[in-house]
Design a protein around this ligand. Structure first.
Ligand code: BGC
Length: 881
């Protein structure tokens, strides 16, 4: 009998306190792999706050996002849930799950009784804004049973009650489109409050709210002129009474030890200025709350792990540099002592050049923390309101010899549940996969960003659009990304044109006038990707107007294809053939790229409208998609199937988006693509942002898996493994961000060493090497169709779905029975309440299986490895594996 090993609410996988809806949907996951287990009926036991117990039973096979069965939760109301389920065709049932609790946040604006407080004018007016400490005193007379803190800030905050740090969040409240929605957090502070006088100290720094954001110097005060705090405490007394108190004119503020703190430039902490009895406190200014407070939909940013430095380096110029051995995102924690007034500067860098920290790729971000000591006392210190992307930290200043053990690299990211894994017999591929995972971690910091180190760290829409399928397999992105998509819809709405700004939150001016394919197509493709990964159709319903508005905003020619008039076209961004200073100017016509995506998203709209029940729209979009197919063909494809743009990207997009009109045309295109890959590209990558997610799929979908493997395993630039051979530990923005001579590629601006976009190939590793992919949204039914190839002896991986973990491991070895054949063995695990179609290599028949553990063996004839360019006398040294 399986167990119910996890119960959760909406997309919140951790402690559910302060949920923003009164009727949260419930999901449960099964543990164990009983054969053929299908849920037939479930029972949900709901224990309301007053102690009343309700049981709700239903004949249903649905175990994911089940509607709330009880009356809605009131603001602040807590409820306990247990679930059990019955197997189809038997009276066997699971044990009750462990109890999961859910507590509503403040569900209405009227529940907020406090004010916004700011430091009184004229003392604190940035930019830059020096962080301040707000202090409130709360006297409690009665014995209380619970205390909750609801808190957010104009800026970033860290709260302490009676000296105890509250919660484990960092960079709270996170970044949202603040003018529309400012997220607040809810904390259970019962254990840190006491009867008597309580002191709340809240540090607030400028953060995204009024700090400097954006490239070319950026902008300050984007959302407001001042940092500020909003905090409310609700205390329930034993006698049934309730106290509600919060930020008001009794709160004071003072400067604390943080002298400066900016997201890009870093933090300066002066321990001599710690809050003390000498501190001068000033009155705060009170302002009414605006109606934009919202509960979070995704997990907070947390310190997720710490890593020790691998070595301490002395650079050629005599600098002391910590090498963490891994490019990470977060900051350094130092245990330090030295004379009062001593200054220590931490300069963060992702790479070394000629043995020294290379900071040019950071552009206008200083990425420097500074610590001023107060006494000989040992201080354990880390910054509060900044973060950096780094592998190396140069330490300058008045310190004695550096002890490696006195430093830690603190890794932060939005604390999503890890869902997917991949391993295989090729260590370079394993490293590539690791690098993809690290770049995901480093760029899922409250919003999905492009990079974590330079003067951007922005929610570039195109980047997450091409990476989302990979991300959704590796981590549960549902909450965080749907929250970001909600902001996207709001900021798109603000434009009034339907055009999706290039970055969300939209903080760079002037980039929302022109529509851009791929970047704007995120409005349709990303909700779809989430729906397929997690099966939540409500995301389609919620984003539907945004999708429609985007499609309607695309400027068209008379034939309805793109009228891409913008002078700046992103196209197949970062095509390795594009000039370094003009990376949108690749070898594939940007309008053709845009049109491929146009046909694709129009077809998606037909499917989406059908799913959400908008039948008339569905008919219109299907008609429009079919007409676009025809005009695309007329414009770009010859009768035989030749595509006017003869590039990896163009062919890959046209194949993956089914743009050819006949099987013959498709075969012609597949032949042409393989010939380009073999003869012109010599198995190297020749795609940018647009083509990279599709090129290997286009090859394997048309019977050229061997070529896809050959490209994936190529080690010379441009290729996915070239950076690995150069020591990369995260994905690079540019295929050759470091040149073969070890120098940073200084020709262009785009040399981030932590950009997940080109890691979109992870999706091919999961879907084709492991062969795992959903057949129904949310993995209720899925496919296992591994394609062995390259020099791989085995591959293993898993994906934790809402139902349980899908697992696959395959291996090949020479077949004992037949010459040249290989014996393929596979073990799989299918979680309860799901089923899978299993395809074995070289076999036409499909095995249909329900939950359970299975193994199969078969012989198959592998492709010749490695494939070679036909005219071997022209083989280039780069062709060698
Ligand atoms: C970002 C990219 C982004 C691009 C588009 C860059 O600066 O880092 O990843 O998509 O701009 O213009």
């Amino acid at each position: 009998m399986p167990t119910i090993c996890k119960v959760w609410f909406e997309h919140h996988k951790d402690r559910t306190i302060g949920i923003g809806v009164g009727r949260p949907r419930i999901s449960w996951r099964f543990g164990g792999y009983d054969t053929g287990w299908v849920q037939h009926c479930y029972e949900i036991e709901v224990t309301r706050e007053g102690g009343e117990v309700e049981t709700h039973s239903k004949y249903s096979d649905i175990s994911s996002l089940v509607p709330w069965p009880s009356s809605p939760l009131a603001s602040g109301e807590k409820c306990a849930i247990r679930v059990r389920a019955w197997n189809q065709g038997s009276s066997d049932r699971t044990q009750w799950s462990d109890t999961a609790t859910v507590e509503a946040g403040l569900l209405s604006h009227e529940d907020w009784k406090c004010s916004l407080i700011e430091p009184e004018d004229p003392y604190v007016r940035g930019p830059p804004h020096r962080p301040v400490v707000f202090r409130g005193e709360i006297a409690l007379q009665k014995v209380f049973t619970s205390a909750r803190l609801y808190i957010t800030a104009h800026g970033l905050y860290a709260a302490r009650i009676n000296g105890t740090l509250i919660g484990d969040h960092v960079l709270a409240p996170g970044w949202t489109s603040y003018n529309h929605r400012l997220v607040y957090q809810t904390f259970d502070v019962t254990d840190v409050m006491k009867v008597g006088c309580n002191t709340i100290d809240v540090d607030v720094g400028e953060g995204w709210y009024c700090g400097r954001i954006g490239f070319l110097g950026g902008r300050n005060n984007i959302y407001g002129q001042s940092i500020g705090l909003i905090a409310q405490l609700i205390i329930r007394n034993e006698d049934g009474t309730k106290i509600c108190t919060g930020t008001d004119d009794s709160w004071e503020w003072a400067y604390g030890p943080i002298i400066a703190s900016g997201l890009y430039d870093g933090e300066h902490y002066d321990a001599r200025q710690k809050i003390s009895s000498e501190t001068v406190w000033c009155t705060s200014r009170c302002l009414p709350l605006t109606d934009n407070l919202a509960a979070p939909e995704g997990p907070p940013v947390r310190r997720v792990m710490t890593i020790p430095p691998k070595q301490v380096i002395k650079s050629p110029s005599g600098k002391t540099i910590l090498d963490f051995g891994q490019n990470i995102v977060g900051w350094v924690q130092a245990t330090i002592h030295g004379p009062a007034g001593a200054n220590i500067i931490f300069q963060y860098a992702e790479v070394l050049e000629d043995g020294e920290c290379c900071i040019r790729p950071l552009r206008y971000a200083k990425a420097q923390d500074r610590l001023t000591l107060s006494s000989e006392e040992t201080l354990v210190w880390e910054p509060q309101f900044t973060y950096h992307g780094f592998r190396y930290v140069q330490i300058d200043g008045s310190l004695g010899p550096i002890q490696k053990d006195d430093f830690k690299g603190v890794v932060i990211h939005s604390d999503m549940e890890r869902l997917g894994h991949f391993h295989c017999s090729n260590e370079l591929l394993n490293q590539l996969h690791q690098n993809i995972v690290w770049s995901l971690r480093g760029n899922f910091v409250s919003i999905p960003t492009d990079c974590p180190q330079r003067d951007e760290r922005l929610g570039w829409t195109g980047d997450i659009n091409i990476f989302s399928d990979t991300a959704n397999y590796l981590y549960d992105t549902a909450g965080m990304i749907s929250q970001w998509l909600e902001d996207l819809a709001l900021e798109q709405g603000e434009q009034g044109t339907g055009i999706v700004p290039l970055v969300i939150p939209n903080v760079i001016e002037g980039f929302e006038k022109d529509a851009h394919a791929i970047w704007g197509d995120v409005a349709i493709m990303l909700p779809w990707s989430l729906y397929i990964a997690y099966g939540d159709s409500s995301i389609l319903t919620r984003q539907y107007s945004s999708m429609k508005a985007w499609l309607a905003s695309i400027p068209r020619k008379a034939d309805n294809l793109w009228n891409y008039t913008s002078t700046w076209k992103l196209g197949d961004w970062l095509d390795p053939a594009a000039p370094p200073e003009d990376v949108g100017n690749g070898r594939t016509d940007p309008t053709l790229v845009a049109d491929c995506f146009l046909v694709h998203v129009t077809s998606l709209m037909a499917a989406i409208s059908t799913i959400i029940g908008a039948q008339e729209d569905a008919r219109q979009y299907a008609k429009s998609a079919s007409e676009l197919h025809t005009v695309f063909s007329k414009e770009y494809i010859t009768e035989n199937g030749r595509l006017v743009a003869d590039s990896q990207t163009a062919l890959a997009l046209a194949i993956c988006f089914s743009l050819f009109q006949s099987e013959d045309q498709l075969k012609h295109a597949a032949r042409r693509l393989s010939s380009i890959v073999i003869q012109s590209s010599r198995f190297k990558i020749a795609t940018g942002f647009a083509g990279t997610p599709y090129i290997t799929h286009a090859l394997s979908d048309t019977g050229n898996e061997n070529l896809a493997y050959r490209m994936l395993l190529h080690r010379k630039r441009p290729s996915w493994l070239y950076p690995i051979t150069m020591g990369a530990t995260t994905m690079w923005e540019r295929w050759d961000a470091i040149l073969p001579d070890g120098k940073v590629n200084h020709e262009g601006e785009m040399t981030s060493f932590n950009h997940y976009a080109l890691g979109a190939v992870g999706n091919w590793m999961h879907r084709v090497i492991l062969g795992l992919r959903p057949l129904e949204p949310g993995w209720r039914r899925f496919k296992i169709a591994p394609v062995p190839g390259g020099d791989l002896q085995w591959a293993e991986g898993s994906h934790v779905t809402s139902y349980g973990e899908c697992y696959v491991k395959w291996a090949v070895k020479p077949s004992p029975s037949a010459n040249a054949y290989q014996r393929f063995t596979i073990s799989v695990r299918i979680p309860p309440n799901t089923s899978a179609d299993v395809h074995l290599p070289g076999k036409k028949e499909v095995e249909f299986v329900q939950s359970g553990t299975y193994t199969w063996e078969t012989d198959f004839m592998p492709d010749t490895w490695p494939p070679r360019a036909e005219e071997s006398r022209f083989v280039h040294a780069d062709d060698e594996l």
